[in-house]
Design a protein around this ligand. Structure first.
Ligand code: CTP
Length: 405
């Protein structure tokens, strides 16, 4: 999507950097329109680096390309964050004395405002009337939140947090093609303890699974996200209760299996993104394994874990859609596809997302490259890009799967 982010002159302008970043990471083409006042709070180079586009400020720049209307006409969504009391008043009045004003007036795209101001300004009758006018016109007002303000005071007036704003704004414009569906998504990697302080694990960061959960929720689904050992708190940032995602934490394969089996009967769609340990130590030492006791070599005896995905497809309730992942290190595309096709058949899934992993690919990175095959082994999609964009490509396949007998 082409998104215009309008930034106006309030202290919360620094938070707009996070908004721009979140939108870019979600795969969108972001164009910043900053007022002169906004650039006193946050620098143009930061905004250009984050948005990966030039920052626009002046009504008289790019006149030949009629920029004052072109930006608004081509936008799919406009977000103004922070929206100061002054900007809100100007938008309500239809003022067009700066580039943000003309952009908004020239656009028919959904408009989202994230107000930020002191409590007194927010509750002033003028602002209250302006907000009411804008709401009546269909403008989406997100926030403000309550909490610590710029000074020593606190109250209603904080700009909503960037992650929440991004999720809510995208949900407003995104397709709601998954509304009414219950998703069970697993993410992360299971760990099998050896003793109280050590485990066998894998390098799955959880990013792709969480991206799928977020994307499904943004498209209207109700999501239970079972996460195994997601270490980077940023990955789960902004998944607030009420946003359509319930998070359940597990660690071992046995815990993941219990959680999945408890939730799967009620799920319309199951997405097994988690990297599941295939083996676990047969016994877990009660106390730390000591070198003096173990000696120069340590033999670990590992036993096979149950294949949760196979159990799910074996006991699938009528109408349930099951999507598996395949983590493969095979570099050759044809050989990779063969491995994926065999895995899809073996696991009995509706879709298998084949995902090359390695020392520098797949696990832990921001991007992913996938090939999706059907249960019969046909290639039904291929995608490469940020994990959020890849998540949407996978979810694009779900409505058709649900409607075919
Ligand atoms: N999976 C599972 N339970 C396991 C192992 C894997 O549910 N014990 C699921 C994963 O969540 C993933 C899919 O099965 O959706 C494939 O996982 P992957 O690790 O690629 O395959 P394996 O089953 O381990 O097969 P192989 O050892 O041949 O790679």
């Amino acid at each position: 999507m082409r998104i215009v982010v309008g930034i106006t002159g309030g202290i919360a302008a620094y938070k707009a950097v996070g908004v721009v970043r979140g939108l870019v990471l979600a795969g969108h083409d972001v164009h910043v329109v900053a007022t002169e006042a906004a650039l006193k709070f946050v620098g143009r180079p930061t905004l250009e680096a984050m948005s990966r586009n030039l920052v626009h400020t002046d009504l008289y720049d790019g006149v030949a390309e009629v920029r004052h209307v072109a930006l608004g006409q081509s936008a799919d969504l406009i977000i103004v964050a922070p929206a100061t009391a002054n900007t809100i008043a100007k938008i309500a009045a239809g003022t067009a004395d700066d580039l943000l004003g003309t952009t908004i007036l020239a656009s028919t795209a959904p408009l989202v405002l994230a107000p930020a101001m002191h409590t007194e300004m927010w509750s002033n009758a003028a602002t209250v009337a302006n907000i009411a006018t804008l709401r009546e016109r269909g403008v989406h007002i997100l926030g403000p939140a309550s909490g610590q303000l710029t000074g020593a005071d606190s109250g209603l007036g904080r700009m909503v947090e960037p992650d929440e704003l991004v999720a809510a704004a995208l949900a407003i414009v995104g397709p709601r093609d998954l509304a009414g569906l219950r998703f069970l998504v697993t993410a992360g990697g299971t760990r099998e303890p050896l003793d109280p302080v050590r485990f066998i694990g894998n390098r799955s960061s959880g990013k792709q699974g969480v991206a799928i959960a977020r994307a499904a929720a943004a498209r209207g689904a109700e999501v239970l996200l079972v996460v195994a050992n997601i270490e980077d708190a940023d990955i789960l940032n902004g998944i607030a209760a009420g946003g359509g995602i319930e998070v359940q934490e597990v660690s071992t394969t046995a815990e993941l299996r219990d959680a999945v089996h408890a939730a799967s009967p009620a799920a319309d769609v199951v997405v097994m993104t988690a990297a599941v340990a295939d083996y676990r130590p047969e016994t877990v030492a009660e106390v730390k394994i000591k070198k003096e006791v173990a000696g120069d070599t340590l033999d670990l005896h590992l036993v096979r874990n149950p294949d949760i995905l196979k159990e799910l497809t074996g006991a699938r309730p009528a109408g349930q859609t099951i999507i598996g992942f395949a983590a493969e290190t095979e570099p050759d595309r044809d050989a990779l596809l063969e491995l994926g096709r065999a895995k899809a058949a073996r696991k009995g899934v509706d879709l298998l997302v084949i995902n090359r992993v390695g020392w520098s690919e797949g696990f832990g990175t921001e991007r992913n490259a996938i090939i999706v095959v059907s249960g019969a082994g046909d290639i039904v999609a291929e995608a490469e890009g940020l994990k959020d964009a890849v998540a949407h490509c996978i979810l694009d396949l779900v409505p058709d799967l649900r409607s075919s007998p």
